[in-house]
Design a protein around this ligand. Structure first.
Ligand SMILES: Cc1ncc(COP(=O)(O)O)c(C=O)c1O
Length: 367
């Protein structure tokens, strides 16, 4: 096997120029012995909030903490019900369980995995929901205009899980500009990734920002809250701050790659994400909907032979996972079906048009 199309490409992302710059920053941090919440934390928080259209950015230890702290900041209590979609990474549901709360599933829009507003409306009518957690899954923007309207009339707070959404756009501007608590993960594989774990919450609300700041640092402020340690290391902040120099160009490239995929795959007997998302998704991942679990297994095998990276995100919807299937409130028909057949193709800013043609050619052989 001579040719490969990697799913992620860290060697190209962390090129010698980047390494030189980050090594200089690390040397500077070591020489000053400033390891936690240093100047790069504040620099990043200011720039990232501005870029995403929010007033405050609070860096945290990881994206799961961001979800948990958002639930606490909104004042939710153990036993409260939180509406969430089944097509997501475990962490969205895990944050709800870790806080002693109950997940109630909302079904998804076919060929996207995004929260279905009609399903949400039914769930809100039927259950006593205390918070709604739409996920900008794969980087696709959830319909925040409709979701916000449904929640605002009922005075239910919304937490946008934007762990995969960095670089995407909702109706009001960049993901982060919708006025809700918006959480991010900066896990290394994300569009904007640290050299380990990091996360953040965005908010326009000064009071919520102070609560989040207080919780992340052991409850230490005039608020006297029960806190925890969810501070972001200065070294991670230095990486994230440096990566802001190139992120917009990389996200632009992801959009171009998604457009190439759409063009190359449009005549195959599979479903793609609707083309209306081409401009608004962050294209963290590029999912295709193969309609059949057997075809997906064959495609995975063929891609392995051909040196093409791929991942079945997500093989099971949350309600099908062992940890979550004891919670059986809500709706999940479309989510469960979709989870059995979705496959994510290689997506990183360094994929060429020729790579896309190679992936398409190999997928065609399987179908
Ligand atoms: C949709 C989603 N939510 C939450 C998380 C949790 O983030 P972290 O791994 O930084 O805790 C992730 C990421 O990995 C994610 O993809």
């Amino acid at each position: 096997m001579s040719r490969t199309v990697p799913f992620y490409d860290f060697n190209k992302l962390h090129n010698p120029t980047f390494q030189e710059k980050i090594n200089a920053r690390f040397a500077e941090i070591v020489s000053k012995n400033g390891f936690v919440e240093g100047e790069y934390n504040f620099s990043f928080e200011e720039k990232f909030a501005k870029m995403q259209g929010a007033k405050h950015c609070l860096l945290l230890a990881n994206g799961t903490d961001a979800l948990e702290i958002a639930l606490l900041a909104y004042g939710l209590k153990p036993g409260d019900r939180v509406a969430v979609t089944g097509i997501t990474f475990y962490a969205s549901g895990e944050a709800i369980l870790n806080m002693g709360m109950i997940p109630v599933y909302v079904d998804v829009i076919p060929n996207s995995g995004l929260m279905c507003p009609k399903s949400l409306e039914r769930v809100l009518e039927k259950y006593d929901i205390k918070a709604v957690m739409p996920v900008h899954i794969y980087g696709l923007p959830a319909d925040m205009k409709t979701i916000n309207e449904l929640c605002q009339t009922r005075k239910i707070p919304v937490i946008e899980d934007a762990a995969q959404g960095q670089g995407g756009f909702i109706h009001s501007g960049p993901i982060g500009s919708g006025g809700n608590l918006v959480t991010f993960s900066f896990y290394p594989t994300k569009n904007l990734g640290a050299f380990g774990d990091a996360g953040a919450i965005l908010t326009d609300d000064d009071d919520l920002a102070l609560i989040i700041k207080t919780i992340r640092n052991h409850g230490r402020s005039e608020l006297e809250l029960m806190g925890r340690n969810s501070r972001c290391d200065h070294l991670q902040a230095a990486v994230l701050d440096l990566k802001l120099e190139t992120i917009e160009e990389e996200n632009k490239q992801r959009k171009q790659i998604a457009a190439w995929y759409h063009q190359a795959l449009k005549d195959l007997p599979i479903n793609l994400v609707d083309a209306s998302y081409l401009e608004t998704s962050s294209w963290h991942l590029y999912p295709v909907f193969l309609g059949d679990a057997g075809i997906r297994a064959k495609a995975q095998e063929a891609f392995k032979e051909a040196g093409i990276g791929c991942t079945p995100f997500y093989e099971r919807s949350l309600n099908q996972e062992k940890v979550f299937n004891k919670f059986s409130e809500g709706e999940w028909t479309i989510a469960s079906k979709m989870a059995g057949t979705v496959l994510c193709l290689p997506m990183n800013p360094f994929i060429t048009e020729d790579d896309v043609a190679y992936v398409a050619e190999n997928l065609k052989k399987v179908l």
